[in-house]
Design a protein around this ligand. Structure first.
Ligand code: SF4
Length: 324
């Protein structure tokens, strides 16, 4: 690991200013960043520690919930209000990482975790995300844990997280304090960027922009499921995951919001999938139509072809349970 300066932030504004300097980074729990620094994938010259800033914990906000950026994943998952009203979020969090990591990892940091593409972590290989313009060693290489949706000819790296997949299904928003002082709120869709020609740019955040909170609106569906398929029962990233928020009325699907993990370069949600479901009576034909819609733009590599039928089966199983 290369030497770096350490700054403990006193307040959000000074933290933002300090992190806006060249080659500075925020650190919260550090559960991903420190690994990247040890491998010299990232080499910030200054770390601005925001872990002790008070962003208000978890507080009721109208009929929703505001979760401060430094609240740990464990505390969110265990919160009685989250478990009762937004259980898909609690289940997604508990399916990720390990107990020790969840005790350190923060809400803001979880949103910004980086891909686990093995070539990204290997500084001896070509990687457009790590070194723009150097190529992509994953294409034609080992791709079992790569994306099939939202890819580009520059990068096929998978978004690896669970929490953000549930947040997409819950229509959560992200509060950001811009480095120049303005506060801004982003939808999950607007927050993340597809790789396109610039896979090194993953979100709308500019240097010094600080995530302050995540806002959960009142859920539009009382039937909430998070199902994660992976290579082993714990401490593994999703091969395919589905977060479903569904409401039934009179035997028909009145609301459907489906998030997907293990498939996309960003936490995935396709409004056309939701639209296929809403207003319909549950049936195998409707669920298949939703899967067809989801997978119509899939571009699997040799190593990810299995994800196409797997995503179809997991989606159907989740929808059967959510609409039963
Ligand atoms: Fe790098 Fe993306 Fe290619 Fe992985 S898939 S090697 S992260 S450019």
């Amino acid at each position: 690991m290369r030497p770096f300066d350490y700054v403990r932030a006193e307040d959000p504004v000074s933290a933002s200013r300090a992190a806006a300097q060249a080659n500075a980074r925020f650190i919260g729990g550090g559960t991903n960043l420190l690994d990247l620094m040890k491998l010299e994938v990232m080499a910030p010259e200054t770390l601005v520690d925001v872990s002790r800033l008070d962003f208000g914990g978890i507080a009721e906000d109208g009929d929703g919930l505001r979760i401060g950026a430094t609240v740990t994943n464990s505390d969110v998952a265990a919160d009685a209000r989250v478990r009762r009203t937004w259980p898909v979020l609690s289940r997604a969090l508990l399916s990720g990482a390990s107990g020790q990591l969840r005790n350190k990892a923060t809400t803001g940091g979880n949103l910004l975790q980086r891909t686990r593409c093995p070539y990204f972590y290997d500084t001896d290989t070509a990687c457009n995300k790590r070194r723009p313009g150097s190529g992509c060693a994953a294409m034609g290489g080992e791709t079992r844990n790569h994306a099939i949706l939202g890819t580009s000819d520059q990068c096929i790296a998978l978004y690896p997280g669970d929490m953000a997949v549930a947040l997409r299904a819950l229509d959560a928003t992200i509060d950001v304090q811009r480095s120049e002082g303005a506060a801004e709120r982003f939808s999950m869709q607007d927050f993340y960027r597809l790789p396109g020609e610039t896979p090194d740019i993953e979100t709308v955040l500019a240097p010094g922009d600080l995530i302050t909170a995540v806002h959960l609106p009142a859920p539009k569906g009382d039937r909430q499921i998070y199902r994660k398929v992976r290579d082993r029962a714990s401490y593994a990233f999703a091969l395919v995951s589905v977060a479903a928020v569904v409401r039934m009325e009179g035997g028909r699907i009145a609301h459907a919001a489906i998030g997907f993990g293990g498939l996309g370069t960003v936490p995935w949600r396709d409004p056309d999938v939701d639209a296929v479901l809403v207003g319909e009576k549950p049936s195998a034909a409707v669920f298949d139509a939703a899967a067809d819609t989801l997978l119509r733009g899939a571009v699997p590599e040799e190593g990810t072809q299995f994800k196409v039928p797997l995503a179809r089966r997991v989606l159907r199983a989740v929808l059967e349970e959510a609409t039963a």
